[in-house]
Design a protein around this ligand. Structure first.
Ligand code: SF4
Length: 87
């Protein structure tokens, strides 16, 4: 499968700590109305962390998104073909 790059414009070639900081900054800039509640965010991340489609603990192999960013957004879902794991 072709590797995808997250569309949140966070560069994929940063050191891990810098990547986490950029993702945190990205989440901070989101409109609160775009964000799920903390409990839902943690629930989604727990599912991703147990998923064999999570690459390097950061990105989903199906969409290329940083799951820390994707899971925060109300309008996003799990892109696993045939099964939204977050439901
Ligand atoms: S978004 Fe879905 S397919 Fe991707 S890592 Fe998370 S649970 Fe797995």
């Amino acid at each position: 499968m072709e590797e995808r790059i997250c569309r949140c414009n966070i560069p994929a070639n940063l050191q891990k700590q810098e990547m986490y900081e950029k993702i945190a900054e990205y989440i901070e800039r989101l409109d609160p109305e775009q964000c799920v509640a903390d409990a839902e965010y943690e629930r989604r991340l727990g599912i991703c962390n147990a998923c064999d489609s999570l690459i390097g603990g950061l990105t989903c192999k199906y969409c290329g998104c940083f799951v820390l960013a994707r899971a925060k957004k109300v309008t996003q879902n799990c892109p696993k073909p045939g099964k939204n794991m977050w439901l």
